[in-house]
Write a protein that binds this ligand. Sequence first.
Ligand SMILES: Nc1ncnc2c1ncn2[C@@H]1O[C@H](COP(=O)(O)OP(=O)(O)OP(=O)(O)O)[C@@H](O)[C@H]1O
Ligand SMILES: [Mg+2]
Length: 311
Amino acid sequence: MPEALRSEELGKTYPHGKEPALDGVSLRIPAGTVYGLIGRNGAGKTTFVRIASTQLLPTRGRVEVLGFDAVATPREVRARIAVIPQESRPLYFLTIDELVFYHLRMRGMDRRIARERTDTVLRQMGLADRANTLVSRLSGGLRRRAMVAMIFASDAELLFLDEPTTGLDPLARREVWAAIQKARHEGRTVLLTTHYLDEAEALSARLALIERGHVVVEGTPAEIRSRVKYPFRVSLPSSLSEAELAPYGEVSGVEGGWLVFAREDSARELTKLALDKNLAVAMAPISLEDIFLQLVGRPLTEGDALAEEGP
Ligand SMILES: Nc1ncnc2c1ncn2[C@@H]1O[C@H](COP(=O)(O)OP(=O)(O)OP(=O)(O)O)[C@@H](O)[C@H]1O
Ligand SMILES: [Mg+2]
């Protein structure tokens, strides 16, 4: 499959920065897919997006976007991408309709097509009844939706969305999800950064978890699952003691009881033990959130958290 984005050992140290914000990130983003970039605050996600979208120069490595080097040929790249930055400042003196329409015209789109696409996207994003409202009068969440509408209406082949759903209500969030899925069906590529791991998992074909400028784990959600040591979670009541649970896996105290991360056979055994004692117990595969905890939630080294057969 051709790649929409390929970075090689991409690095960035900001002026006066002690540690590099990005420290050798090599990613391959297949064309026509949604790719999730996840990681804690300050991990380097926005830095990656800014470099790949030609807004910032790397201090080492290279990145190719849709076949063009982002540093050597930024104009070629810019013509083919659209970006919603994390801190977006739309043009406040425009209405929502104008914001979208002029953006498309600025990209060189024919007037009639721009008109059609503007109307369609505003309908899709639930903004049609506010089309003539000034952006300056909108709530933060609606402003964000207007920005999302603006770039989805464009004909860009690669969309960079840096936390597009932060601060949105649950319904608006679903509208953004639908827009992302639609972009994928149209054959476009989406690079999505998010702190919502359910969102990352629901939308992304592949994910990269970055921490302190390094890729900690990369792959399809299923691959990532298979690489953690404890792929199951068992929740148990507090009437059991930690010492009883410890042999089964990794125990942590949570509100109202215990959470044990375990391998499948241990998880089953533990569940059976609790059922035999007539205790309330729940066993499930771990969520991406749990994986995140196992990998970076505590000062674990990578080697400790990954299974022996992992990389
Ligand atoms: N303009 C800048 N000058 C100096 N340091 C910066 C600058 N922008 C970011 N950094 C630093 O680079 C590191 C990575 O920041 P970045 O914004 O890429 O993280 P992020 O993963 O997007 O975080 P968040 O989830 O909070 O948005 C952080 O340590 C940050 O403090
Ligand atoms: Mg960021």
